[in-house]
Design a binder for this molecule. Structure first.
Ligand code: ZN
Length: 330
């Protein structure tokens, strides 16, 4: 009998809509699935759709929900299928169509705030604080041409950092951005994964997919990565081997636009560029060139905005310097 039709499997898989009540603006719902394993083990949270125009993570969790068999699982998996429902249904990049806020910059949220803040609060209290490990699943947003990578946060806490490093290798994406600059205040963690890390829980942000597409390769890369993490956490047998080496990107720099106008990308994602190379230029709405945007370092283009609209101060590209090991910081 295939796993999806077994009665035991269905009994241990519970899906529900978590209500985010209306406040100063309209409420929302967060679709959540909990898969309870037959044996004891840790709780792993998988969060998709903090950015509503990033589709491969959302599709990957639907696929995973259809594949998992609780009889083969130790611990439990909590899936947030679509965190940012207003942005998903409203098809908006970065910002909620309701309150104009970036959900992944308002964690841990506020129950008395606007809808993005109330969503963040619900996910923090109902999902992150109830979990032992968290994967926050992203891709290039609707405007971002991106090669797959993960963020490995370094906190200075050895045990936590080792656990995060193991998540990174287990997920199997071999470009790893080393991130030492995340917030440390639990009350102002801003990012979803950081919200977990400042609460002592190993967590990682994953990027797989690009430009509003929902291609099979990007979806399956996420599903496979999750199986790798389930194996690493001894929650499930099988799954891919962890990586034995990766390319670490450090430092990385996000280059922002000095002007508002029309963006012309001059580099491709995954391209190697020299410091000073032109990544893009911006024109006004009639075609007059306003600015050139240059690479601040020698490195690899992790993502570049590849659609025309650009607003002063918004990201144009992220470039990172490849290394075989993270830098040693004295
Ligand atoms: Zn995102």
């Amino acid at each position: 009998m295939p796993p999806e039709s077994g009665p035991d499997r269905l009994a241990a898989i519970e899906s529900r809509l978590l209500e985010v009540p209306a406040g100063s603006d309209a409420g929302s719902v967060i679709p959540i699935t909990t898969v309870r394993g037959r044996r004891p083990g840790p709780t792993l949270a998988l969060i998709a759709g903090n950015h509503g125009y990033e589709y491969p993570p959302i599709l990957a969790l639907q696929r995973l929900r259809g594949q998992l068999d609780p009889a083969e699982l130790a611990g439990q998996i909590v899936m947030v299928h679509t965190a940012n429902m207003p942005s998903f249904l409203g098809r908006t990049v970065y910002f909620s169509p309701v309150d104009g806020k970036n959900l992944n910059r308002v964690y841990p949220g506020n129950p008395a705030g606007t809808v993005s803040e109330r969503i963040a609060h619900a996910i923090t209290t109902e999902v992150i604080e109830e979990s032992d490990y968290v994967l926050d699943l992203h891709c290039g947003d609707g405007n971002e041409w991106l090669r797959p990578y993960v963020y490995r946060t370094i906190t200075g806490n050895d045990a936590l950092d080792r656990s995060i490093a193991r998540l990174a290798m287990a997920f199997g994406i071999d470009r790893v951005v080393v991130d030492r600059d995340r917030p440390t205040d639990p009350a102002r963690s801003l990012y979803c994964s950081t919200t977990a890390i400042v609460r002592g829980k190993p967590a990682m942000t994953v990027e797989s997919g690009s430009l509003g597409m929902s291609d099979e390769e990007s979806v399956e890369r996420i599903v496979t990565g999750i199986y790798g993490v389930l194996r690493e956490l001894r929650m499930k047998e099988g799954g891919p081997d962890p990586l034995t080496q990766a390319v670490y990107l450090e430092p990385t720099e996000v280059v922002t636009s000095p002007e508002t106008g029309i963006l012309y990308a001059q580099a491709e994602c995954n391209q190697t560029v020299a410091k000073g190379a032109v990544l893009a230029f911006v024109t006004d709405f009639f075609g007059k060139r306003l600015a050139e945007i240059r690479s601040p370092l020698d490195g690899l283009v992790l993502y570049i905005v590849a659609t025309p609209p650009i607003v002063k101060g918004q990201p144009v590209a992220c470039v990172g310097t490849p290394r075989h090991e993270p830098r040693v910081i004295e």
